[in-house]
Design a protein around this ligand. Structure first.
Ligand SMILES: [Zn+2]
Length: 106
């Protein structure tokens, strides 16, 4: 995993993303890069204001070749929150992994 790119993603996400529960920005130390496999990044977020957690899957190239425009920021902000079905899907996928989960991003 590219540590420089990882640090840059953490900074950009902390600046651009807002908690879907309370609208707070994320503290950079609460943006966790779980791993990267080819162009897919898995990132966990924890809101320091309300404790809500989220998981992001980002494909490169972009989305972070530039700062979000107001329209992009509004689009992301208006996306529906992660629901039980999403979490169940992720859990099922992770349960199917027999190796260390980090092997998904190597
Ligand atoms: Zn929050």
């Amino acid at each position: 995993m590219d540590s420089h790119r990882s640090a840059e993603l953490r900074r950009q996400i902390a600046e651009a993303r807002r908690c879907r529960q309370c609208g707070s920005t994320y503290a950079q130390e609460h943006v966790y890069v779980l791993g990267c496999r080819e162009a897919l990044w898995a990132i966990a977020l924890k809101c320091s204001a309300c404790g809500a957690q989220a998981i992001l899957f980002l494909n490169e190239p972009p989305p972070y070749t530039h700062e979000l425009t107001p329209a992009e920021e509004q689009t992301f902000f208006n996306m529906p929150p992660i629901g039980r079905r999403d979490l169940y899907t992720i859990q099922s996928a992770l349960n199917a992994v027999e190796d260390d989960i980090s092997s998904l991003w190597q």
